[in-house]
Design a protein around this ligand. Structure first.
Ligand code: IMP
Ligand code: MG
Length: 185
């Protein structure tokens, strides 16, 4: 049964539901303070950022609009190719707007590097990044990330939006993916 197999791949907790809840509220308060008196456009990166976005936006108190981008950097392997393809672009222009990218996780940084370059070319009045998770050990490019929820060790993370082969996004906390045990007797 697929459901049972899935459960066997959920490893140790990397960030608990309680810690997520607390930190996301803190991030929302920080964003609200920093952008006071300004209007904000949140650009969430589909699909992984959805749970984070939903929680974060509800603790942001400045006038906020939402837009979405979908990019693919992976396929179903666990290593970034560095090649980024836009699957869905923004609905609206961000020229002259205060833009905050909302991302689930920064791993190598290659996806974000591409996004920053692409969005900067559209002349926003500011462009910052809010990432729920980062894996500092895996970073291949140095990028300015204004808001970070948690630094996690070099493990493949699942849950709270993060997937492995499109599964596990609905877990309410962040766990490490368990390696499959070698087949055989
Ligand atoms: P990067 O280009 O290597 O920084 O990878 C960025 C994208 O890869 C993220 O937006 C995630 O969608 C995905 N990703 C990276 N690491 C993980 C992980 O540990 N679990 C799930 N997805 C990941
Ligand atoms: Mg993703």
């Amino acid at each position: 049964m697929a459901g049972a197999e899935d459960r066997e791949r959920i490893g140790e907790t990397l960030v608990s539901e309680e810690d997520l809840g607390r930190r996301v509220i803190e991030l929302g308060a920080e964003v609200s303070r920093d952008y006071e008196g300004r209007d904000l456009v949140l650009v969430a990166i589909l699909k992984g950022a959805v749970p984070f976005l939903a929680d974060l936006m509800r603790s942001i108190t400045v006038p906020t609009e939402l837009d979405f981008m979908a990019v693919s950097s992976y396929g179903s392997s666990t290593d970034s190719s560095g090649v980024v393809r836009i699957l869905k672009d923004l609905d609206a222009s961000i020229s002259g707007r205060e833009v905050l990218i909302v991302e689930d996780i920064i791993d190598s940084g290659l996806t974000l590097q591409y996004l920053l370059k692409n969005l900067m070319a559209r002349n926003p009045s500011s462009l910052e990044v809010c990432a729920l998770l980062t894996k500092p050990e895996r970073r291949r490019v140095d990028l300015p990330i204004r808001y970070v929820g948690f630094e996690i060790p070099n493990r493949f993370a699942i849950g709270y939006g993060l997937d492995h082969d499109q599964r596990f996004r609905n877990l309410s906390y962040v766990a490490a993916l368990k390696e499959t045990p070698p087949a055989g007797d």
